[in-house]
Write a protein that binds this ligand. Structure first.
Ligand SMILES: Cc1ncc(COP(=O)(O)O)c(C=O)c1O
Length: 304
């Protein structure tokens, strides 16, 4: 990672390399952290943060589910995000706010520790999300089941959820795929390791509902709104594994991935094995909206 700019730590911007935490930080041992992943894009009207209030709201929702009290207001966190991006000098970047139980008392109970908040940003590098944009992603249905809210609240973007996701991602990569698709405890399709998933069958776009154990993705919501605004039909319904093999198109959405095409599932080509027409169209429309080129969605962009 290229260290550039400053990191906001508990209200102060500190040099990138000095943004340190103690090794006995509670979250490091017990995953007691909630976080966000946000993008700042170079748009027609300068740099702007995509759906900032929605991301900040989700951070607070994640904290609430875990009874974690973030010692800053939504406005202060939003301001901190904007200041961090400005301090970086970057025109486009990935932004990572995180709230976590800090250093003080060691033991399972997090609450004796203070809740700390940090916000960092860094240069966006397509890296691991490039598969699916340039070419279609090859996915594997994971042998790891997506945890569900009987075990952990899936509406929280909590660090603890990502142990399960990382197992699936690493398994997929080791087996020569680009990404994992995870089934839930009911055997239904839930999501990718860090993306929501959609199928396109006979022109109908479908995506699993929130109770399939998925994160309420902000890109998912954006793509649903964009698709509906174009008169496309989008339904939220349970999706069976078989449908992945028979769908005309499969695509994934996420802050990192944006809209990425899935062209193979378990070595079975999706459709004709090439990125499909609907996926391409949504990729383009999402690009236009996030870069300020679609006036219909200009209120999704907060200038910095
Ligand atoms: C598990 C999981 N599902 C879905 C998503 C997509 O969510 P969003 O579009 O808000 O980035 C992410 C990424 O944050 C994720 O980690």
């Amino acid at each position: 990672m290229k260290e550039q700019g400053r990191i906001w730590m508990n209200g102060k911007l500190v040099p990138f390399g000095s943004a340190k935490v103690h090794v006995l930080t509670h979250a490091l041992h017990y995953s007691t952290a909630v976080f966000e992943g946000i993008r700042c894009y170079k748009t027609t009207k300068g740099s702007a943060i995509f759906r900032l209030p929605e991301h900040v709201n989700r951070l607070f929702k994640s904290a609430k589910i875990y009874s974690m009290k973030i010692p800053f207001s939504r406005a202060e966190i939003s301001e901190g995000i904007i200041k961090t991006v400005r301090a970086s000098g970057l025109k486009e970047c990935y932004i990572r706010p995180i709230a976590y139980y800090g250093y003080g008392t060691m033991g399972l109970t997090p609450t004796p520790n203070k809740v700390a908040v940090a916000i960092a940003c860094w240069e966006w590098n397509a890296g691991e999300s490039s598969a699916g944009k340039v070419r279609g992603a090859r996915c594997k249905v994971s042998s790891w089941l997506r945890i569900d809210s009987r075990s952990q609240p899936m509406q929280a973007k909590a660090a603890s959820n990502y142990a399960n996701a990382a197992l699936a991602r690493v398994e997929a990569l080791k087996d020569g795929y680009d990404e994992a698709i995870m089934l839930n405890y009911h055997g239904k399709v839930s999501e990718g390791s860090a993306e929501n998933i959609f199928t396109v069958i006979k022109g109908e776009i479908a995506t699993p509902p929130l109770n399939a154990g998925i994160l309420d993705g902000i890109t998912r919501d954006s793509v649903i709104k964009i698709a509906r605004s174009e008169g496309m039909t989008v339904v939220e319904r349970e999706i069976d594994r078989d449908e992945l093999y028979l769908a005309d198109e499969v695509f994934m959405t996420g802050t990192a991935a944006e809209v990425k095409s899935v062209t193979e599932v378990d070595n079975v080509p999706v459709g004709d094995g090439r990125p499909g027409e609907v996926t391409r169209k949504l990729q383009d429309l999402f690009y236009e909206a996030s870069r300020g080129r679609d006036e219909r969605f200009s209120d999704w962009l907060v200038p910095i």
